[in-house]
Design a protein around this ligand. Sequence first.
Ligand SMILES: NC(=O)C1=CN([C@@H]2O[C@H](COP(=O)(O)OP(=O)(O)OC[C@H]3O[C@@H](n4cnc5c(N)ncnc54)[C@H](O)[C@@H]3O)[C@@H](O)[C@H]2O)[C@@H](O)CC1
Ligand SMILES: Nc1ncnc2c1ncn2[C@@H]1O[C@H](COP(=O)(O)OP(=O)(O)O)[C@@H](O)[C@H]1O
Ligand SMILES: [K+]
Length: 483
Amino acid sequence: MYIYTSEQIKAADQLAEKRGMSTFSLMENAGCGLYHAICPYLSTNQKLLIASGKGNNGGDGIVLARYLKMAGFEVDLIFPLGEPKTGVAKQHLHYYEQCGFPVEEWNPNQTYDVIVDALLGVGAILPLQESLVEWIKWMKSMKATIISIDVPTGISSNSGVVDQNAIKADYTFSLHGYKPSRFLFPSSHFYGQVEVVDIGLPQKSNWRVWTEKDVQKSWVKRETNAHKGLFGTGLLIAGSHEMPGSAALAASSAMRFGIGKLTVNTTQHASAIIGPIVPEVTFLYHTYEELVRSEWKNRRFTCAAIGPGLDPTDDLEKLVTYLLKQNVPLILDAGAIQSRSYPRGEKPIILTPHPGEFSRLLQLSTKEIQENRIELASEYAVTHHVILILKGEYTVIAFPDGTGYINTTGNASLAKGGSGDALTGMLLASIEGNDCVKAAVLNAVYIHGVCSDEWVRKYSEHTFVSSDFSSLLPMICKSFEKE
Ligand SMILES: NC(=O)C1=CN([C@@H]2O[C@H](COP(=O)(O)OP(=O)(O)OC[C@H]3O[C@@H](n4cnc5c(N)ncnc54)[C@H](O)[C@@H]3O)[C@@H](O)[C@H]2O)[C@@H](O)CC1
Ligand SMILES: Nc1ncnc2c1ncn2[C@@H]1O[C@H](COP(=O)(O)OP(=O)(O)O)[C@@H](O)[C@H]1O
Ligand SMILES: [K+]
Protein backbone atom coordinates (compact mmCIF):
# COMPACT_ATOMS: atom_id res chain seq x y z
CA MET A 1 0.00 0.00 0.00
CA TYR A 2 2.78 2.42 -0.99
CA ILE A 3 2.45 5.80 -2.69
CA TYR A 4 4.86 6.97 -5.39
CA THR A 5 5.30 10.29 -7.17
CA SER A 6 6.04 10.21 -10.90
CA GLU A 7 9.68 11.03 -10.11
CA GLN A 8 9.90 8.05 -7.75
CA ILE A 9 8.40 5.77 -10.42
CA LYS A 10 10.96 6.93 -12.96
CA ALA A 11 13.78 6.46 -10.44
CA ALA A 12 12.52 2.94 -9.62
CA ASP A 13 12.46 2.06 -13.33
CA GLN A 14 16.01 3.37 -13.80
CA LEU A 15 17.29 1.49 -10.78
CA ALA A 16 15.64 -1.72 -11.99
CA GLU A 17 17.24 -1.24 -15.41
CA LYS A 18 20.65 -0.73 -13.77
CA ARG A 19 20.15 -3.93 -11.80
CA GLY A 20 19.30 -5.90 -14.90
CA MET A 21 15.52 -5.74 -14.99
CA SER A 22 14.71 -4.06 -18.30
CA THR A 23 11.79 -1.68 -18.82
CA PHE A 24 10.69 -4.13 -21.51
CA SER A 25 10.29 -6.80 -18.81
CA LEU A 26 8.55 -4.37 -16.47
CA MET A 27 6.09 -3.52 -19.22
CA GLU A 28 5.48 -7.22 -19.78
CA ASN A 29 4.87 -7.63 -16.03
CA ALA A 30 2.56 -4.62 -16.08
CA GLY A 31 0.49 -5.89 -19.03
CA CYS A 32 0.31 -9.42 -17.65
CA GLY A 33 -0.58 -8.15 -14.15
CA LEU A 34 -3.22 -5.86 -15.63
CA TYR A 35 -4.71 -8.75 -17.58
CA HIS A 36 -5.12 -10.87 -14.43
CA ALA A 37 -6.46 -7.93 -12.41
CA ILE A 38 -8.94 -6.74 -15.06
CA CYS A 39 -10.19 -10.14 -16.25
CA PRO A 40 -12.66 -10.67 -13.39
CA TYR A 41 -14.47 -7.51 -14.52
CA LEU A 42 -14.83 -8.62 -18.14
CA SER A 43 -16.82 -11.17 -20.09
CA THR A 44 -16.02 -12.60 -23.53
CA ASN A 45 -19.27 -11.34 -25.06
CA GLN A 46 -18.23 -7.73 -24.49
CA LYS A 47 -16.63 -5.58 -27.17
CA LEU A 48 -13.44 -3.99 -25.82
CA LEU A 49 -11.40 -1.03 -26.98
CA ILE A 50 -7.85 -0.27 -25.81
CA ALA A 51 -6.77 3.28 -26.60
CA SER A 52 -3.00 3.53 -26.31
CA GLY A 53 -0.90 6.69 -26.14
CA LYS A 54 2.59 7.21 -27.52
CA GLY A 55 4.47 6.62 -24.26
CA ASN A 56 4.90 3.66 -21.95
CA ASN A 57 1.36 3.93 -20.60
CA GLY A 58 0.34 3.10 -24.16
CA GLY A 59 2.89 0.28 -24.10
CA ASP A 60 1.10 -1.29 -21.12
CA GLY A 61 -2.07 -1.12 -23.20
CA ILE A 62 -0.37 -3.01 -26.06
CA VAL A 63 0.73 -5.84 -23.77
CA LEU A 64 -2.73 -6.00 -22.20
CA ALA A 65 -4.28 -6.16 -25.68
CA ARG A 66 -2.08 -9.17 -26.51
CA TYR A 67 -3.09 -11.06 -23.35
CA LEU A 68 -6.76 -10.30 -23.94
CA LYS A 69 -6.56 -11.40 -27.58
CA MET A 70 -4.78 -14.62 -26.60
CA ALA A 71 -7.57 -15.31 -24.10
CA GLY A 72 -10.20 -14.91 -26.81
CA PHE A 73 -11.59 -11.47 -25.95
CA GLU A 74 -12.92 -9.30 -28.77
CA VAL A 75 -10.62 -6.31 -28.47
CA ASP A 76 -9.57 -3.45 -30.77
CA LEU A 77 -6.24 -1.69 -30.18
CA ILE A 78 -6.05 1.89 -31.46
CA PHE A 79 -3.56 4.79 -31.21
CA PRO A 80 -5.58 8.04 -31.16
CA LEU A 81 -2.35 10.09 -30.74
CA GLY A 82 -0.29 8.19 -33.29
CA GLU A 83 1.92 5.11 -32.94
CA PRO A 84 4.28 4.58 -29.96
CA LYS A 85 7.46 6.62 -29.64
CA THR A 86 9.32 4.92 -26.81
CA GLY A 87 11.65 2.06 -27.66
CA VAL A 88 10.00 -0.49 -25.36
CA ALA A 89 6.44 0.32 -26.47
CA LYS A 90 7.62 -0.03 -30.12
CA GLN A 91 9.20 -3.39 -29.26
CA HIS A 92 5.98 -4.63 -27.67
CA LEU A 93 3.95 -3.41 -30.64
CA HIS A 94 6.31 -5.31 -32.94
CA TYR A 95 5.81 -8.50 -30.91
CA TYR A 96 2.03 -7.93 -30.81
CA GLU A 97 1.98 -7.70 -34.60
CA GLN A 98 4.31 -10.68 -34.98
CA CYS A 99 1.75 -12.66 -32.99
CA GLY A 100 -0.65 -11.89 -35.84
CA PHE A 101 -2.73 -9.26 -34.06
CA PRO A 102 -3.81 -6.07 -35.88
CA VAL A 103 -3.89 -2.39 -34.97
CA GLU A 104 -7.24 -0.79 -35.80
CA GLU A 105 -8.13 2.67 -37.04
CA TRP A 106 -10.42 4.66 -34.76
CA ASN A 107 -13.95 4.26 -36.08
CA PRO A 108 -16.34 6.72 -34.37
CA ASN A 109 -19.32 4.65 -35.54
CA GLN A 110 -18.18 1.52 -33.73
CA THR A 111 -19.64 0.95 -30.25
CA TYR A 112 -17.86 -0.63 -27.28
CA ASP A 113 -18.85 -2.05 -23.89
CA VAL A 114 -15.50 -1.46 -22.22
CA ILE A 115 -12.85 1.16 -23.03
CA VAL A 116 -9.36 0.85 -21.60
CA ASP A 117 -7.63 4.20 -21.22
CA ALA A 118 -3.91 3.62 -21.81
CA LEU A 119 -3.37 7.11 -23.20
CA LEU A 120 -1.38 8.93 -20.53
CA GLY A 121 0.12 7.78 -17.27
CA VAL A 122 2.68 9.35 -14.97
CA GLY A 123 4.31 11.12 -17.94
CA ALA A 124 1.25 13.29 -18.66
CA ILE A 125 1.73 17.01 -19.03
CA LEU A 126 -1.48 19.02 -18.63
CA PRO A 127 -3.50 20.52 -20.27
CA LEU A 128 -4.58 17.79 -22.66
CA GLN A 129 -3.76 18.35 -26.33
CA GLU A 130 -6.66 19.41 -28.56
CA SER A 131 -6.25 16.24 -30.63
CA LEU A 132 -7.11 14.15 -27.57
CA VAL A 133 -10.08 16.22 -26.49
CA GLU A 134 -12.21 15.26 -29.49
CA TRP A 135 -11.46 11.61 -28.92
CA ILE A 136 -12.24 11.80 -25.18
CA LYS A 137 -15.58 13.49 -25.93
CA TRP A 138 -16.49 10.60 -28.23
CA MET A 139 -15.37 8.10 -25.61
CA LYS A 140 -17.55 9.73 -22.96
CA SER A 141 -20.56 9.60 -25.29
CA MET A 142 -20.12 5.84 -25.58
CA LYS A 143 -21.40 5.16 -22.00
CA ALA A 144 -19.00 2.21 -21.83
CA THR A 145 -17.27 1.00 -18.65
CA ILE A 146 -14.01 2.91 -18.47
CA ILE A 147 -10.86 1.29 -17.14
CA SER A 148 -7.81 3.51 -16.75
CA ILE A 149 -4.29 2.18 -16.60
CA ASP A 150 -2.14 3.68 -13.86
CA VAL A 151 -3.75 7.16 -13.84
CA PRO A 152 -6.94 8.36 -15.54
CA THR A 153 -5.93 10.46 -18.55
CA GLY A 154 -6.24 14.18 -17.87
CA ILE A 155 -5.38 14.16 -14.21
CA SER A 156 -1.99 14.90 -12.79
CA SER A 157 -0.24 12.09 -10.99
CA ASN A 158 1.46 14.14 -8.25
CA SER A 159 -1.15 16.82 -7.58
CA GLY A 160 -4.94 17.04 -7.48
CA VAL A 161 -5.07 19.10 -10.68
CA VAL A 162 -7.60 17.89 -13.23
CA ASP A 163 -7.96 18.89 -16.89
CA GLN A 164 -11.47 20.04 -17.80
CA ASN A 165 -11.74 17.13 -20.26
CA ALA A 166 -10.22 14.50 -17.97
CA ILE A 167 -11.44 10.92 -18.16
CA LYS A 168 -13.53 9.82 -15.20
CA ALA A 169 -12.75 6.15 -14.80
CA ASP A 170 -14.97 3.45 -13.33
CA TYR A 171 -11.86 1.49 -12.39
CA THR A 172 -8.20 2.42 -12.25
CA PHE A 173 -5.44 -0.17 -12.05
CA SER A 174 -2.35 1.58 -10.69
CA LEU A 175 1.03 0.04 -11.36
CA HIS A 176 3.53 -0.66 -8.58
CA GLY A 177 1.70 1.59 -6.08
CA TYR A 178 -0.77 4.42 -5.63
CA LYS A 179 -0.02 7.80 -7.12
CA PRO A 180 -0.53 10.86 -4.85
CA SER A 181 -3.47 12.16 -6.92
CA ARG A 182 -5.43 9.08 -5.81
CA PHE A 183 -5.79 10.85 -2.45
CA LEU A 184 -5.89 14.50 -3.53
CA PHE A 185 -8.74 16.73 -4.71
CA PRO A 186 -10.50 16.92 -7.03
CA SER A 187 -8.41 14.18 -8.74
CA SER A 188 -9.33 11.34 -6.35
CA HIS A 189 -12.91 11.47 -7.60
CA PHE A 190 -11.75 10.61 -11.15
CA TYR A 191 -10.18 7.28 -10.22
CA GLY A 192 -13.29 5.18 -9.58
CA GLN A 193 -12.48 1.91 -7.84
CA VAL A 194 -8.71 1.52 -7.50
CA GLU A 195 -6.54 -1.58 -7.43
CA VAL A 196 -2.76 -1.73 -7.30
CA VAL A 197 -1.03 -4.12 -9.70
CA ASP A 198 2.36 -5.44 -8.63
CA ILE A 199 4.99 -5.41 -11.40
CA GLY A 200 7.85 -7.08 -9.54
CA LEU A 201 9.69 -4.04 -8.22
CA PRO A 202 10.70 -3.88 -4.55
CA GLN A 203 8.41 -1.62 -2.52
CA LYS A 204 10.12 1.36 -0.97
CA SER A 205 8.54 4.75 -0.34
CA ASN A 206 8.31 7.10 2.61
CA TRP A 207 4.55 7.48 2.03
CA ARG A 208 1.97 4.77 2.39
CA VAL A 209 -1.57 3.90 3.43
CA TRP A 210 -2.18 2.85 7.04
CA THR A 211 -4.21 -0.36 7.06
CA GLU A 212 -6.31 -2.54 9.34
CA LYS A 213 -3.38 -4.96 9.56
CA ASP A 214 -1.13 -2.13 10.76
CA VAL A 215 -3.61 -1.32 13.52
CA GLN A 216 -3.86 -4.95 14.57
CA LYS A 217 -0.08 -5.33 14.67
CA SER A 218 0.49 -2.20 16.74
CA TRP A 219 -2.47 -2.52 19.10
CA VAL A 220 -1.33 -2.52 22.72
CA LYS A 221 -3.00 -4.83 25.19
CA ARG A 222 -3.07 -3.84 28.86
CA GLU A 223 -1.01 -5.86 31.32
CA THR A 224 -3.10 -7.64 33.94
CA ASN A 225 -1.50 -5.61 36.74
CA ALA A 226 -1.90 -2.29 34.92
CA HIS A 227 -2.82 0.82 36.92
CA LYS A 228 -4.18 4.17 35.82
CA GLY A 229 -0.82 5.88 36.13
CA LEU A 230 0.45 3.90 33.15
CA PHE A 231 -1.95 5.46 30.70
CA GLY A 232 -1.26 9.13 31.15
CA THR A 233 -2.40 12.02 33.28
CA GLY A 234 -3.77 14.34 30.66
CA LEU A 235 -4.66 17.99 30.72
CA LEU A 236 -7.32 19.08 28.26
CA ILE A 237 -7.59 22.82 27.92
CA ALA A 238 -10.85 23.23 26.08
CA GLY A 239 -14.44 24.42 26.12
CA SER A 240 -15.79 27.88 26.65
CA HIS A 241 -19.06 29.53 27.60
CA GLU A 242 -20.16 29.42 23.95
CA MET A 243 -18.59 26.06 23.08
CA PRO A 244 -18.78 23.75 26.10
CA GLY A 245 -19.64 20.66 24.03
CA SER A 246 -16.27 20.50 22.28
CA ALA A 247 -14.55 19.82 25.61
CA ALA A 248 -17.18 17.22 26.52
CA LEU A 249 -16.67 15.39 23.22
CA ALA A 250 -12.87 15.47 23.45
CA ALA A 251 -12.95 14.36 27.09
CA SER A 252 -15.38 11.49 26.61
CA SER A 253 -13.42 10.19 23.60
CA ALA A 254 -10.17 10.40 25.55
CA MET A 255 -11.65 8.39 28.44
CA ARG A 256 -13.24 5.84 26.13
CA PHE A 257 -10.01 5.47 24.16
CA GLY A 258 -8.14 4.58 27.32
CA ILE A 259 -6.45 7.55 28.97
CA GLY A 260 -5.60 6.90 32.65
CA LYS A 261 -6.64 10.22 34.16
CA LEU A 262 -7.94 13.41 32.63
CA THR A 263 -8.30 16.92 33.95
CA VAL A 264 -10.24 19.49 31.97
CA ASN A 265 -9.37 23.13 32.37
CA THR A 266 -12.49 25.02 31.37
CA THR A 267 -15.13 27.47 32.60
CA GLN A 268 -17.55 26.77 35.48
CA HIS A 269 -20.42 26.98 33.03
CA ALA A 270 -18.81 24.46 30.63
CA SER A 271 -18.01 22.04 33.43
CA ALA A 272 -21.68 21.89 34.39
CA ILE A 273 -22.29 20.46 30.92
CA ILE A 274 -19.18 18.29 30.69
CA GLY A 275 -19.50 16.70 34.15
CA PRO A 276 -22.75 14.79 33.56
CA ILE A 277 -21.43 13.51 30.20
CA VAL A 278 -17.99 12.47 31.50
CA PRO A 279 -18.11 12.03 35.28
CA GLU A 280 -14.63 10.42 35.16
CA VAL A 281 -12.80 13.74 34.60
CA THR A 282 -11.68 16.32 37.14
CA PHE A 283 -11.79 20.07 36.57
CA LEU A 284 -9.64 23.14 36.84
CA TYR A 285 -11.02 26.64 36.33
CA HIS A 286 -7.84 28.61 35.76
CA THR A 287 -7.19 31.50 33.49
CA TYR A 288 -4.45 30.82 30.95
CA GLU A 289 -2.14 33.03 32.98
CA GLU A 290 -2.80 31.09 36.18
CA LEU A 291 -2.12 27.84 34.39
CA VAL A 292 1.23 29.14 33.28
CA ARG A 293 2.07 30.44 36.74
CA SER A 294 1.44 27.47 38.95
CA GLU A 295 -0.82 24.64 38.03
CA TRP A 296 1.32 22.81 35.55
CA LYS A 297 4.26 22.46 37.92
CA ASN A 298 2.11 21.15 40.78
CA ARG A 299 0.12 18.62 38.84
CA ARG A 300 2.65 16.54 36.88
CA PHE A 301 0.60 16.20 33.76
CA THR A 302 2.17 13.77 31.30
CA CYS A 303 0.43 15.06 28.15
CA ALA A 304 -1.83 17.89 27.07
CA ALA A 305 -4.28 18.92 24.39
CA ILE A 306 -5.39 22.46 23.84
CA GLY A 307 -7.77 24.23 21.52
CA PRO A 308 -11.22 22.64 21.10
CA GLY A 309 -13.87 25.26 21.71
CA LEU A 310 -11.33 28.03 22.32
CA ASP A 311 -10.77 31.29 20.49
CA PRO A 312 -7.25 32.24 19.49
CA THR A 313 -6.10 35.07 21.79
CA ASP A 314 -2.75 36.47 22.88
CA ASP A 315 -3.13 34.84 26.31
CA LEU A 316 -3.85 31.48 24.71
CA GLU A 317 -0.75 31.91 22.58
CA LYS A 318 1.33 32.58 25.71
CA LEU A 319 -0.02 29.40 27.25
CA VAL A 320 0.81 27.40 24.11
CA THR A 321 4.34 28.84 24.13
CA TYR A 322 4.66 27.76 27.76
CA LEU A 323 3.30 24.26 27.08
CA LEU A 324 5.67 23.80 24.17
CA LYS A 325 8.57 24.12 26.63
CA GLN A 326 7.27 21.44 29.01
CA ASN A 327 8.55 18.46 27.02
CA VAL A 328 5.32 16.45 27.10
CA PRO A 329 3.28 15.21 24.12
CA LEU A 330 1.13 18.13 23.07
CA ILE A 331 -1.88 18.24 20.76
CA LEU A 332 -2.82 21.57 19.25
CA ASP A 333 -6.29 21.80 17.76
CA ALA A 334 -8.78 24.44 16.59
CA GLY A 335 -8.11 27.76 18.42
CA ALA A 336 -4.56 26.65 19.25
CA ILE A 337 -3.57 26.20 15.60
CA GLN A 338 -1.63 29.34 14.80
CA SER A 339 1.44 30.32 12.90
CA ARG A 340 4.46 30.01 15.25
CA SER A 341 7.77 28.20 15.56
CA TYR A 342 8.24 24.91 17.44
CA PRO A 343 11.06 23.63 19.61
CA ARG A 344 12.88 20.51 18.46
CA GLY A 345 12.11 18.31 21.49
CA GLU A 346 11.82 14.55 21.89
CA LYS A 347 8.11 14.63 22.70
CA PRO A 348 5.64 14.80 19.84
CA ILE A 349 3.84 18.00 18.99
CA ILE A 350 0.71 17.23 17.01
CA LEU A 351 -1.27 19.73 14.94
CA THR A 352 -4.73 18.80 13.68
CA PRO A 353 -5.85 21.41 11.12
CA HIS A 354 -8.73 20.93 8.73
CA PRO A 355 -8.11 22.34 5.22
CA GLY A 356 -9.52 25.76 6.20
CA GLU A 357 -7.20 26.05 9.19
CA PHE A 358 -4.22 24.83 7.16
CA SER A 359 -5.02 27.34 4.44
CA ARG A 360 -4.88 30.16 7.01
CA LEU A 361 -1.62 28.77 8.36
CA LEU A 362 0.03 28.62 4.94
CA GLN A 363 -1.70 31.65 3.44
CA LEU A 364 -2.86 29.53 0.50
CA SER A 365 -6.35 28.95 -0.83
CA THR A 366 -8.14 25.78 0.29
CA LYS A 367 -8.12 24.75 -3.40
CA GLU A 368 -4.32 24.86 -3.41
CA ILE A 369 -4.26 22.96 -0.12
CA GLN A 370 -6.60 20.24 -1.39
CA GLU A 371 -4.65 19.84 -4.64
CA ASN A 372 -1.37 19.37 -2.77
CA ARG A 373 -2.36 17.98 0.63
CA ILE A 374 0.40 15.40 0.85
CA GLU A 375 3.29 17.58 -0.24
CA LEU A 376 2.25 20.62 1.81
CA ALA A 377 1.57 18.62 4.97
CA SER A 378 4.90 16.86 4.64
CA GLU A 379 6.81 20.10 4.04
CA TYR A 380 5.20 21.64 7.11
CA ALA A 381 5.88 18.64 9.33
CA VAL A 382 9.53 18.47 8.30
CA THR A 383 10.20 22.22 8.50
CA HIS A 384 8.48 22.71 11.87
CA HIS A 385 9.37 19.33 13.46
CA VAL A 386 5.73 18.55 14.19
CA ILE A 387 3.28 15.80 13.36
CA LEU A 388 0.71 17.30 11.07
CA ILE A 389 -2.71 15.70 10.71
CA LEU A 390 -4.46 17.34 7.76
CA LYS A 391 -8.07 16.31 8.24
CA GLY A 392 -10.85 15.54 5.79
CA GLU A 393 -11.45 12.66 3.36
CA TYR A 394 -8.13 10.77 3.06
CA THR A 395 -6.65 12.42 6.14
CA VAL A 396 -2.94 13.02 5.65
CA ILE A 397 -0.63 12.26 8.58
CA ALA A 398 2.83 13.74 8.04
CA PHE A 399 5.78 13.12 10.35
CA PRO A 400 8.85 15.30 10.94
CA ASP A 401 11.17 12.61 9.54
CA GLY A 402 9.58 13.04 6.09
CA THR A 403 7.49 9.88 6.27
CA GLY A 404 3.74 9.99 6.03
CA TYR A 405 0.53 8.05 5.75
CA ILE A 406 -2.91 8.34 4.24
CA ASN A 407 -5.93 7.26 6.21
CA THR A 408 -8.70 5.68 4.16
CA THR A 409 -11.32 5.15 6.86
CA GLY A 410 -14.13 7.58 7.60
CA ASN A 411 -16.88 9.04 5.48
CA ALA A 412 -19.09 12.07 5.02
CA SER A 413 -21.09 11.30 8.16
CA LEU A 414 -18.12 12.89 9.98
CA ALA A 415 -18.74 16.19 8.20
CA LYS A 416 -20.49 17.59 11.26
CA GLY A 417 -19.45 19.85 14.14
CA GLY A 418 -17.70 17.94 16.90
CA SER A 419 -15.96 15.18 14.91
CA GLY A 420 -12.59 16.89 15.21
CA ASP A 421 -13.01 17.35 18.98
CA ALA A 422 -13.50 13.61 19.37
CA LEU A 423 -10.33 12.99 17.36
CA THR A 424 -8.33 15.28 19.65
CA GLY A 425 -9.46 13.29 22.68
CA MET A 426 -8.61 10.00 21.01
CA LEU A 427 -5.17 11.27 20.07
CA LEU A 428 -4.49 12.31 23.64
CA ALA A 429 -5.38 8.86 24.93
CA SER A 430 -3.58 7.04 22.15
CA ILE A 431 -0.30 8.86 22.59
CA GLU A 432 -0.21 7.78 26.25
CA GLY A 433 -1.27 4.22 25.53
CA ASN A 434 1.30 3.30 22.89
CA ASP A 435 5.08 3.76 23.08
CA CYS A 436 5.26 4.01 19.31
CA VAL A 437 4.23 7.57 18.51
CA LYS A 438 3.52 6.87 14.85
CA ALA A 439 1.26 3.92 15.60
CA ALA A 440 -0.49 5.88 18.36
CA VAL A 441 -1.36 8.76 16.06
CA LEU A 442 -2.26 6.60 13.07
CA ASN A 443 -4.41 4.22 15.08
CA ALA A 444 -6.40 7.08 16.57
CA VAL A 445 -7.11 8.55 13.13
CA TYR A 446 -7.89 5.11 11.68
CA ILE A 447 -10.29 4.08 14.43
CA HIS A 448 -11.97 7.50 14.48
CA GLY A 449 -12.86 6.80 10.84
CA VAL A 450 -13.85 3.17 11.45
CA CYS A 451 -16.45 4.33 14.00
CA SER A 452 -18.21 6.35 11.32
CA ASP A 453 -17.84 3.53 8.77
CA GLU A 454 -19.50 1.16 11.21
CA TRP A 455 -22.28 3.71 11.74
CA VAL A 456 -23.10 4.04 8.03
CA ARG A 457 -23.18 0.25 7.67
CA LYS A 458 -26.27 0.29 9.87
CA TYR A 459 -27.70 3.80 9.86
CA SER A 460 -28.12 6.85 7.67
CA GLU A 461 -24.96 8.89 7.13
CA HIS A 462 -26.95 12.03 7.97
CA THR A 463 -27.57 10.91 11.52
CA PHE A 464 -24.13 10.32 13.02
CA VAL A 465 -23.25 12.71 15.84
CA SER A 466 -19.99 12.98 17.70
CA SER A 467 -21.52 11.71 20.96
CA ASP A 468 -21.92 8.38 19.15
CA PHE A 469 -18.14 7.76 19.32
CA SER A 470 -18.67 6.95 22.96
CA SER A 471 -20.94 4.00 22.25
CA LEU A 472 -19.08 2.84 19.12
CA LEU A 473 -15.53 2.80 20.50
CA PRO A 474 -15.98 -0.18 22.86
CA MET A 475 -17.07 -2.47 20.02
CA ILE A 476 -14.60 -1.12 17.43
CA CYS A 477 -11.62 -1.32 19.79
CA LYS A 478 -12.57 -4.87 20.74
CA SER A 479 -12.33 -5.90 17.09
CA PHE A 480 -8.63 -4.96 17.09
CA GLU A 481 -7.68 -6.80 20.26
CA LYS A 482 -5.75 -10.01 19.72
CA GLU A 483 -7.09 -12.98 21.62
N1 LIG B 1 7.48 1.41 -12.73
C1 LIG B 1 6.32 1.50 -13.32
O1 LIG B 1 5.32 1.81 -12.67
C2 LIG B 1 6.20 1.26 -14.79
C3 LIG B 1 5.27 2.00 -15.50
N2 LIG B 1 5.02 1.80 -16.80
C4 LIG B 1 4.07 2.68 -17.53
O2 LIG B 1 4.75 3.79 -18.03
C5 LIG B 1 3.96 4.95 -17.82
C6 LIG B 1 4.81 6.17 -17.92
O3 LIG B 1 5.30 6.19 -19.25
P1 LIG B 1 5.92 7.49 -19.93
O4 LIG B 1 6.93 8.08 -19.02
O5 LIG B 1 6.32 7.10 -21.29
O6 LIG B 1 4.72 8.52 -19.95
P2 LIG B 1 3.22 8.42 -20.49
O7 LIG B 1 3.01 7.25 -21.33
O8 LIG B 1 2.35 8.60 -19.31
O9 LIG B 1 3.09 9.76 -21.33
C7 LIG B 1 4.14 10.26 -22.15
C8 LIG B 1 3.71 10.47 -23.57
O10 LIG B 1 2.51 11.20 -23.63
C9 LIG B 1 2.72 12.45 -24.33
N3 LIG B 1 1.95 13.48 -23.62
C10 LIG B 1 2.23 14.00 -22.41
N4 LIG B 1 1.28 14.89 -22.07
C11 LIG B 1 0.39 14.93 -23.09
C12 LIG B 1 -0.79 15.67 -23.33
N5 LIG B 1 -1.24 16.58 -22.45
N6 LIG B 1 -1.48 15.45 -24.46
C13 LIG B 1 -1.04 14.53 -25.35
N7 LIG B 1 0.09 13.84 -25.20
C14 LIG B 1 0.80 14.02 -24.08
C15 LIG B 1 4.19 12.67 -24.31
O11 LIG B 1 4.60 13.45 -25.41
C16 LIG B 1 4.71 11.25 -24.37
O12 LIG B 1 4.70 10.77 -25.69
C17 LIG B 1 3.30 4.68 -16.49
O13 LIG B 1 2.19 5.49 -16.26
C18 LIG B 1 2.95 3.22 -16.63
O14 LIG B 1 1.71 3.07 -17.29
C19 LIG B 1 5.44 0.49 -17.37
O15 LIG B 1 5.30 0.43 -18.70
C20 LIG B 1 6.86 0.17 -16.92
C21 LIG B 1 7.04 0.24 -15.42
N1 LIG C 1 -16.04 13.42 4.09
C1 LIG C 1 -15.26 12.98 5.07
N2 LIG C 1 -14.64 11.79 4.94
C2 LIG C 1 -13.84 11.33 5.93
N3 LIG C 1 -13.60 12.01 7.08
C3 LIG C 1 -14.18 13.20 7.26
C4 LIG C 1 -15.04 13.75 6.27
N4 LIG C 1 -15.48 14.95 6.73
C5 LIG C 1 -14.92 15.14 7.95
N5 LIG C 1 -14.13 14.10 8.28
C6 LIG C 1 -13.35 13.95 9.52
O1 LIG C 1 -14.08 14.53 10.60
C7 LIG C 1 -13.25 15.34 11.43
C8 LIG C 1 -13.72 16.79 11.32
O2 LIG C 1 -12.88 17.62 12.05
P1 LIG C 1 -13.14 19.20 12.19
O3 LIG C 1 -13.41 19.77 10.86
O4 LIG C 1 -12.03 19.75 12.99
O5 LIG C 1 -14.48 19.20 13.02
P2 LIG C 1 -14.93 20.04 14.30
O6 LIG C 1 -14.03 21.23 14.41
O7 LIG C 1 -16.33 20.45 14.01
O8 LIG C 1 -14.82 19.13 15.44
C9 LIG C 1 -11.84 15.12 10.92
O9 LIG C 1 -11.24 14.04 11.60
C10 LIG C 1 -12.06 14.76 9.44
O10 LIG C 1 -11.01 13.99 8.91
K1 LIG D 1 -4.15 6.18 -18.40
